[in-house]
Design a protein around this ligand. Structure first.
Ligand SMILES: [Fe+2]
Ligand SMILES: [Fe+2]
Length: 198
């Protein structure tokens, strides 16, 4: 069995080092996301260890500045759309996924897609990515951004797809009201989820 490292109890030293170097608030958010992703996975009979690990890793690049994310994304060859170009913090998921692959040796495609798309979500994502997206959004640190977090949590215990739809739709409405740009992956994901829940 692989050795366990103190702190985050993963069996991946490179990942442990990155997680331990994150700002304390981000470490705490990551631990809560692991717990929530794992809980949702258990409720829906999904691999809870995998969902928990994706939740734990989802924000490993969240502390970087927009300019650093942009430079790293360019360096990694990540395609950058116009919304990400002007809202560079949106690149923390794709950049975090590349760091997991390149620096931590994580090669599980479900974990990688979960981290890559945890902000915007996207069409065709699997159950681990669904739990990770919701674990991030259901965190108390998002309670000023979304209404009825308790209701959304209850919805998530019944239907991951309906809960993700609720978060995306509220986010899109807010962005429309604020005159903000909307990530095209969120729109495509919303249309896909509408088909799934109907
Ligand atoms: Fe994030
Ligand atoms: Fe997060």
């Amino acid at each position: 069995m692989a050795e366990q490292y103190a702190g985050f109890n993963t069996d991946n030293l490179a990942l442990e080092e990155i997680l331990c170097s994150l700002p304390v608030g981000l470490q705490q958010h990551s631990l809560r996301a692991r717990s929530k992703a794992s809980e949702l996975a258990m409720i829906h009979k999904i691999d809870s260890d995998k969902a928990g690990l994706a939740g734990l890793c989802h924000d490993i690049a969240r502390h970087m500045s927009g300019d650093e994310l942009y430079l790293r994304a360019k360096g990694y060859g990540i395609p950058i759309n116009s919304v990400e170009e002007s809202n560079r913090i949106l690149l923390h998921g794709p950049v975090g996924a590349e760091i997991l692959i390149r620096s931590c040796g994580v090669d599980d495609s479900e974990i990688i897609e979960a981290v890559r798309w945890h902000s915007s979500f996207n069409v065709g994502l699997g159950p681990v990515a669904k739990c990770t997206f919701l674990a991030d959004k259901l965190d108390p640190n998002k309670s000023s951004r979304f209404t009825d977090m308790e209701g959304k949590y209850r919805l998530a215990t019944k239907s991951l797809d309906k809960a993700i739809l609720a978060f995306i739709e509220e986010d899109v409405m807010n962005m429309l009201n604020n005159g903000s740009e909307i990530h095209p992956a969120s729109i495509e994901a919303r249309n896909w989820l509408l088909g799934l829940v109907s």
